[in-house]
Design a protein around this ligand. Structure first.
Ligand SMILES: Nc1ncnc2c1ncn2[C@@H]1O[C@H](COP(=O)(O)OP(=O)(O)OP(=O)(O)O)[C@@H](O)[C@H]1O
Length: 589
């Protein structure tokens, strides 16, 4: 990386430190710039030992010990008991606030990890009827028992592995055992929260439970930002250590999207006695902001001897004896069997290849695709024409519904197909594709007239005053008063004047990151012709698993193969901290 490629935040920070700490050695400034630029890529820290002695910006970085000394003499780095913009913890260098967040997460988790909840007998009594007809070692039964037995529970599984079905049973069990418990459902985005409610309602209707239990199950979910009471000015949220959330059980879906800072705020606001159940897919893309706490938590999976005994007693399963380890391990359950993608599913097979980094297998599947897969290999000369022709027919129903001012039909047709872009920029990046569709398909010129009937928009910020969340997708339709942007609400629609909308952008296409927490019947994944650092296994996997029925991949064999070779691991110290007793949290941060 050279200075020209440093992201603006890192370059500015380096310049500021240079001015503020003129005696600091170049090696210390370089480390600070590296930490900041890696934080923008999602890393929580820089492990100095990975970079010591390496070439960087035309120089060779110092050996580890020399580097540590330069950092500690710089004036802007403190050891863990000190207070400075950067913290050196072992060989890991952190931005101070990320270090404090990591400590908070580890401490809050560790404090709750060893708290056991129900007795195995209580769990078994309530689970047996809910899992009648399934074996004791059924994955979903084990996961449900895991959630009942532990205060912190993590259930990770791919699409359709039954996370929602399982948690519906867990909630039904808890409602019976603890009728007064206050249950809250939440997700990182508005769309994910809405989908969670929909899926839970369907799962609930299939449960063998009485009407009283059914009626007591929660029917609403909210975004984590709303739950925590974040204010539009970005100040500290309303709920925190001094004012804990008023709840006893919190279920969070799509937990892989939670970044470290948000996770720290959430745990700090959670009452000590409350249960936390996190649902997610460890193989999906991590959060946009720094950290990958969910995946790191899942990596603790394993059973202690006591945990194994309790789980066996709660389910009737014969389980191996377990091994000593982190108390968190007992609260982690993995679901492996997909009930959505059967053994004949092309999407399921391609997603498995993506996860395993098996590019040969993926390409073989795409060369002779099953009915639920299609491939447009590479960008031909008139790829734009081809894309538009294919979309023309696919969007006909949508355009008709827009012309008829029928919001229900428009929304339904719009959500059947989504274009997902791997990149924001470039000829097949999000911006170019949205512009292409607006100008060539809908004959609109957004530079002259940004608002027109049929424009889909995605909100880019949380706005609690307007009741809109980052990631909410709305459609513009005409009514008697002119153009209105309609967003789905609990019951029906809420229309906003376009000028009232907070920061937003056109959403014919979404980035793969933006699509997290959503599902569509059909997904067209658009890849660039050249490899790029952000193309990774988890990005391809996340895109593929947004589709329920069909996936079309538009991209070259080499780009796809390159992406599947790249498995991104974010640097962080959380996994190490979770294995040891909790640190104390310094109050300065
Ligand atoms: N044990 C099971 N046997 C048969 N079908 C099941 C089972 N578990 C779940 N299903 C079905 O599989 C589908 C997906 O289940 P569910 O929504 O619980 O999975 P999920 O992991 O939450 O999915 P998503 O990835 O969409 O969040 C549903 O239609 C559900 O009825």
């Amino acid at each position: 990386m050279n200075i020209a490629t440093l992201p603006p935040f890192a370059a500015e920070l380096k310049a500021w430190l240079e001015q503020r700490f003129p005696a600091a050695a170049q090696a210390a400034l370089q480390a600070a710039a590296l930490v900041a630029s890696r934080a923008e890529e999602g890393h929580v820290c820089l492990n100095l030992s990975d970079m010591a002695g390496q070439h960087w910006q035309g120089t060779i970085l110092p050996e580890l010990q020399t580097w540590r000394v330069a950092l500690l003499q710089s004036g802007f780095v403190a050891l863990t008991e000190g207070y400075a913009p950067f913290i050196l913890d072992g060989d890991r260098l952190y931005l101070g606030r990320l270090w404090a967040d990591e400590l908070t997460v580890a401490a809050e988790l560790a404090q709750r990890a060893s708290a056991t909840e129900l007795t195995p007998k209580q769990a078994r009594t309530v689970l047996d009827p809910l899992f009648a007809g399934t074996a004791g070692d059924d994955g979903q039964r084990l996961a449900a028992a895991t959630a009942l037995l532990n205060r912190i529970a993590v259930i990770s599984g791919g699409p359709g592995t039954g996370k929602t079905t399982t948690v519906a049973k867990v909630l039904a069990a808890l409602v019976q055992l603890e009728p007064a418990a206050r249950i809250v459902l939440a997700a990182p985005t508005g769309r994910a929260a809405a989908r969670m409610v929909e899926a839970l309602k369907q799962a609930r209707d299939r449960l063998p439970i009485d009407m009283i239990t059914r009626a007591a199950l929660p029917e609403e979910a909210q975004t984590l930002h709303r739950l925590l009471g974040f204010r539009p000015d970005g100040a500290q949220p309303r709920y925190g250590p001094g004012q804990p959330l008023g709840l006893d059980i919190l279920v969070v879906d799509e937990a892989s999207m939670i970044d470290l800072a948000l996770f720290a705020r959430l745990l700090a606001a959670l009452p000590r006695h409350a249960r936390l159940i996190l649902l997610g897919d460890r193989d999906q893309l991590a959060s946009v902001e720094a950290g990958s706490a969910f995946a790191e938590l899942v990596r603790q999976a394993g059973r202690t001897p006591d945990g194994s005994r309790r789980l066996a007693a709660a389910t009737g399963a014969r389980l191996p004896p377990g091994r000593p380890g982190s108390a968190l391990a007992d609260g982690i359950a993995l679901l492996h069997v997909s009930h959505r993608f059967g053994s004949d599913s092309g999407i399921g097979a391609l997603a498995r290849c993506a996860n395993a980094g098996d590019s040969q297998g993926a390409l073989q599947l795409l060369r002779d695709p099953p009915p639920d897969l299609a491939w447009q290999p590479g960008l031909c000369r008139d790829w734009q024409g081809l894309l538009l022709t294919q979309l023309q027919t696919r969007l006909a129903d949508y355009r008709e519904a827009v012309a008829a001012r029928d919001i229900d039909a428009a929304y339904h047709h719009f959500h059947r197909l989504r274009l997902l872009c791997a990149l924001r920029e470039g000829p097949v990046g999000l911006e170019a594709i949205n512009r292409l569709l607006e100008t060539r398909l809908l004959q609109q010129d957004p530079r002259r007239q940004p608002w027109y009937a049929g424009r889909p928009v995605i909100v880019r910020v949380n706005d609690s005053v307007l009741g809109l969340a980052n990631g909410d997708v709305g459609l513009v339709l005409e009514n008697e008063q002119g153009l209105r942007v309609y967003f789905p609400q609990e019951a029906g629609w809420r229309g906003y004047a376009p000028t009232r909308l907070p920061r937003h952008e056109t959403a014919f296409a979404l980035t793969v990151h933006q699509s997290q927490g959503s599902e569509f019947d059909e997904v067209w994944l658009l890849l660039p012709d050249e490899d790029a650092a952000v193309l990774s296994r988890s990005l391809i996997y996340t895109a593929l698993t947004r589709a329920r029925r069909k996936v079309a991949v538009w991209g070259s064999a080499s780009t796809l193969a390159g992406a599947l070779q790249r498995s991104v691991q974010r640097d962080s110290g959380l996994a190490d901290r979770l294995r040891v007793p909790a640190d104390t949290i310094p109050s300065e941060y």
